[in-house]
Design a protein around this ligand. Structure first.
Ligand code: NDP
Length: 278
């Protein structure tokens, strides 16, 4: 049996094993997905172990997405551009580092009706690891103007300098009221939303957005931000789809097969319901 797993710290709450093991079963791939809890000091030996012929590869999660880069033999252009790896593929002992978060985000917004090359202004809240993947995905979709607001403004400035070519503009969190009416897409890439009452914007700020806009919250639950958008009649999508699509892309990279996306989505939703009922 082949092995695969999630490398991070912590990993115990991850939905990836449920999602990937459902995909292996559905596709009749003889493989198991494990939780590989790993301290930073153990990263070199953990990554080295992925060269074993029985290992398909791994997902990498916080806080290791950047420190694994030099341990890969090669990186895809997307991983290099984002500056982070969330998927490693073992190709006969050679380790390829990729990043499927941008793919997951792109597939999510395309599923919500956003066409490639659609003109408009996207406003991203947050400038952490997830925001990096979102910027690259929006650039791949052809968004000409990406505004970046972050609590720590210097971090937004650094990210704009690194990933932008004049198309990524840092904006002041305190002047968002001016930017919201012109935004055709709002992305919450902050850590705010996992708990009720946590909201990066106030409902009255959400109401400043145009009705034809799309609100994407990377948090994979229905957040207060998404509820506020719905009340206003603004289309919205949570982070579930991104989670499923990034996982589906990893599955395809490891196996060479099309991923059973609907089976993976159902497995994640069922597991979430079970956890909520506990
Ligand atoms: P990081 O820790 O790298 O970044 C966190 C971001 O949130 C920073 O911009 C930080 O701002 C901001 N932030 C944190 N607390 C606050 C606050 N109180 N007020 C305003 N801003 C705040 O995290 P990630 O980028 O990895 O993840 C961000 C979110 O995206 C998480 O909720 C994560 O679960 C989700 N995610 C979802 C994925 C999916 O597949 N759906 C994939 C990846 C991430 P500052 O710089 O000022 O600290």
């Amino acid at each position: 049996m082949k092995q695969c797993g999630l490398i991070g710290d912590p990993v115990e709450h991850s939905l990836s094993p449920v999602m990937q093991n459902a995909a292996f079963r559905e596709s009749q791939v003889d493989a198991t997905y494990h939780l590989w809890q790993t301290d930073a000091k153990d990263i070199p030996s953990r990554i080295e172990s992925l060269r074993d012929p029985d290992v398909l590869g791994a997902n990498i999660t916080v806080p290791h997405k950047q420190i694994v880069l030099p341990h890969c033999d090669d990186l895809t252009a997307t991983a290099r551009r984002i500056g982070a790896v969330n998927t490693i593929v073992n190709r006969s002992g050679t380790l390829l580092g990729d990043n499927t978060d941008a793919y997951g985000f792109g597939a999510t917004v395309r599923g919500a009706g956003v066409e490639s090359g659609r003109h408009g202004t996207a406003l991203i809240l947050g400038a952490g690891g997830a925001a990096r993947a979102v910027i690259v995905a929006l650039q791949q979709l052809g968004f000409p103007r990406i505004l970046l607001a972050n609590r720590t403004v210097e971090r937004a400035q650094r990210l704009a300098d690194e990933l932008g070519g004049g198309d990524v503009l840092p904006v002041d969190w305190d002047s968002l009221d001016e930017d919201l009416p012109g935004a055709t897409m709002l992305v919450n890439a902050t850590s705010l939303g996992w708990h009720d009452g946590e909201m990066p914007l106030t409902p009255s700020q959400v109401a400043r957005m145009p009705r034809r806009a799309l609100v994407v919250d990377l948090t994979y639950r229905e957040t207060d931000l998404l509820r506020a958008a719905k009340v206003r009649g603004i289309a919205s999508v949570d982070g579930f789809d991104m989670l499923v699509h990034q996982g589906a892309r990893s599955f395809s990279l490891w196996t060479g097969l099309d991923a059973p996306v609907s089976v993976m989505r159902r497995a994640v939703q069922t597991e979430q319901q079970l956890r909520a009922a506990r």
